[in-house]
Design a protein around this ligand. Structure first.
Ligand code: ADE
Length: 259
């Protein structure tokens, strides 16, 4: 546990506006179907970003939801996974010209887990107690804290058991694999959920004083003998369906409709 973290802003008792920040449209598709949101334009100052925004109005049972997906990179033609696009999308979500800020941002997506930490394919995690980065090595005086990127997660603990979720430290890096150096850092930072966006989303949210959590569904076990890309591909659809179920139920609870 890092020695001192900034204080995490408190989530309102009844949340009125939530933003979901997601990397891949495949992960978001089941949620998009469930929410049936209306597409909105990017603000002029964000023109050129591939992010895709859509809003589903509040209902009696859930808050207004801003669904933001990083979009497709025009050069490689694939979804913009990773921290750069995640940070940019989050900056857009928090600074739309004609909309009030979300009261809570959730980084929602798939992730790797570890057999050694008791994870199983299909487990769903809520981030707690903090986010961390595992591939930013900056051995200059004072800079490693920036590299480690430890930031607190919004307190969603009360929702974990009713939603059948586990709680765990989400550790972020820009690679799908786990290099030997990453492994050492992850063992140090206690990471239980390995993915590629959450700490970047958290960094931008902390700059703006907006609470940030994460919902992550496990597609692969990093310490399994089966290659990660193979596990990821095999389990992506099931994990995305599970993200829809968990996130929809969490939204209902956040609105105060269910306790
Ligand atoms: N997303 C899904 N599985 C992952 C892994 N093992 N590492 C990083 N991001 C992931």
């Amino acid at each position: 546990m890092p020695e001192s973290l900034p204080t995490e802003p408190v989530i309102p008792r009844s949340v009125r506006r939530v933003a979901l920040v997601m990397a891949m449209e495949v992960e978001a598709a089941p949620l998009r179907t469930a929410l049936d949101p209306t597409a909105i334009d990017l603000p002029g100052w964000a023109a050129g970003l591939p992010a895709r925004l859509a809003v589903a109005p509040a209902t009696g049972r859930r808050p207004e939801v801003l669904l933001a997906v990083n979009g497709v990179d025009p050069v490689s033609g694939v979804a913009c996974v990773g921290t750069t696009a995640a940070a940019l999308t989050t900056q857009v979500v928090l600074n739309l010209d004609d909309r009030p800020r979300p009261e809570l941002v959730l980084s929602v997506g798939t992730a790797g887990g570890w057999v050694r930490a008791g994870a199983r394919i299909g487990d769903t995690f809520l981030a707690w107690p903090h986010f961390s980065c595992h591939d930013r090595r900056i051995p200059l005086p004072g800079f490693q804290a920036l590299g480690d990127g430890d930031l607190p997660a919004a307190d969603l603990r009360s929702h974990a058991a009713p939603l059948g979720c586990r709680l765990g430290i989400v550790t972020t890096g820009d690679s799908l694999d786990e290099s030997p150096t990453d492994r050492v850092r992850i063992l140090e930072n206690g990471g239980e959920v390995k993915e590629m966006e959450a700490a970047a989303v958290a960094w931008v949210c902390h700059l703006h004083g907006v609470p940030v959590g994460a919902v992550k569904s496990i597609t692969d076990l990093v310490d399994s003998p089966v290659a990660t890309p193979e596990q990821f591909t095999d389990n992506l659809a099931a994990a995305s369906a599970s993200l829809r179920r968990t996130t929809m139920a969490l939204l209902e609870r956040l609105s105060g409709a269910t306790t």
